[in-house]
Design a protein around this ligand. Structure first.
Ligand code: HEM
Ligand SMILES: CC(C)=CCC/C(C)=C/CC/C(C)=C/COP(=O)(O)OP(=O)(O)O
Length: 301
């Protein structure tokens, strides 16, 4: 009993809540999925087992730079985040972390991440990771997000990069199959985000952010979700055609594609109040299982 009390005391302590605020600055769940895609890129790049030290520190390096990009995004977006119900509770709008401390935190994460990439991976990976970080934290956040409803389509390229970063970390070279993995996440991003943006349309309108449902309406956005889902379904099959993956991945991805199409179709033609948020949630399951299937197929067949 005493032990249980001391655990709950520790969780409620100021030190833990400070630690949790910094952790939240990194958008942890997004980062874990990004790191999974980078890890799969690494595994698919080599025929045998991964070199343990090189792979561990490269993956950590990619994760730390992504986390830094997420923290910079929250620093630059703190005034927008304060206006939206979904983001109001974040550490910066709530004043739980100061802008100065968040900036130091983001700087340290980026620095440690780059040094790790330079030491464990190679210069190409460090440069590509730096470019992706700038693409998301500066180009998307500061310019595109505030300027055009195509913001997430263009900005999505940065978030799609981790499998390529994982690949180059192991081989030091660009590869067509790695670009194919990037294409999968690139075409996945619009249905992933626009489904959420439909659900949160009023939040974005209130914050004056030109997301597609605000500028072009909900019906048009639903059509775009459906069309991009179709495109994603086609692109997701390409690893079978290029020989990167075989029947196991093919069977799993066909099941995933059918389910995603069902969500997108329902959202457009038979909507229920929670169709949009359910489509968003399924998009995350879709990408996670798709990358796990790529890995299993690579290992088992
Ligand atoms: C420009 C591209 C992207 C945009 C605009 C975008 C946008 C968003 C937004 C607004 C959320 C909601 C976060 C919240 O509830 O506070 C979200 C959640 C999420 N996104 Fe994305 N996303 C993008 C790319 C990605 C990528 C590339 C991945 C991973 C490969 C990813 C994985 C996730 C995950 C796992 C969540 C759930 C987070 C949670 O429940 O806390 N996203 N995304
Ligand atoms: C090095 C590298 C690959 C960097 C990219 C890393 C990264 C964190 C990509 C995630 C994309 C994402 C969560 C966008 C949402 O931003 P938003 O501002 O539209 O969402 P919000 O309103 O929830 O903050």
């Amino acid at each position: 009993m005493a032990k249980l009390l001391s655990v709950s005391d520790a969780l409620g302590s100021p030190a833990f809540s400070t630690w949790r605020s910094y952790y939240q600055l990194t958008k942890p769940k997004v980062i874990y999925l990004l790191m999974l895609t980078a890890l799969v890129g690494m595994c698919l790049a080599v025929e045998s087992w991964l070199p343990p030290l090189q792979a561990t520190f490269s993956l950590l390096g990619i994760g730390l730079v992504c986390a830094s990009a997420a923290a910079i995004n929250q620093i630059l977006d703190r005034n927008i985040d304060d206006k939206m119900a979904r983001t109001q509770g974040r550490p910066l709008p709530k004043g739980r972390v100061s802008v100065r401390n968040a900036s130091v935190f983001a700087g340290v994460l980026a620095l440690v991440g780059f040094v790790m990439l330079l030491l464990a991976a190679n210069l190409l990976t460090a440069i590509l990771t730096f470019a992706s970080m700038l693409g998301y934290a500066v180009v998307y956040t500061l310019f595109l997000k505030r300027a055009t409803p195509q913001n997430i389509v263009i900005g999505g390229l940065a978030g799609a990069m981790p499998p390529l970063l994982g690949w180059t970390a192991m081989t030091g070279q660009l590869d067509g199959n790695a670009l194919l993995l990037v294409m999968i996440i690139f075409t996945w991003t619009p249905p992933h985000f626009w489904a959420l943006a439909i659900h949160r349309r009023d939040d974005y309108a209130k914050a004056n952010i030109p997301m597609l449902p605000v500028t072009h309406g909900i019906e048009f956005t639903k059509t775009c979700v459906l069309l991009y889902t179709l495109l994603l379904c086609a692109v997701a099959l390409l690893p079978c055609l290029t020989g990167l993956s075989s029947w196991l991945y093919g069977v799993v991805v066909m099941g995933l594609n059918l389910r995603f199409m069902q969500h997108a179709w329902r959202l457009k033609f038979k909507p229920q109040p929670n169709s949009a948020i359910n489509t968003f949630k399924f998009s995350i399951v879709h990408l996670m299982i798709l990358f796990l299937a790529l890995l299993l197929d690579h290992w088992l067949l």
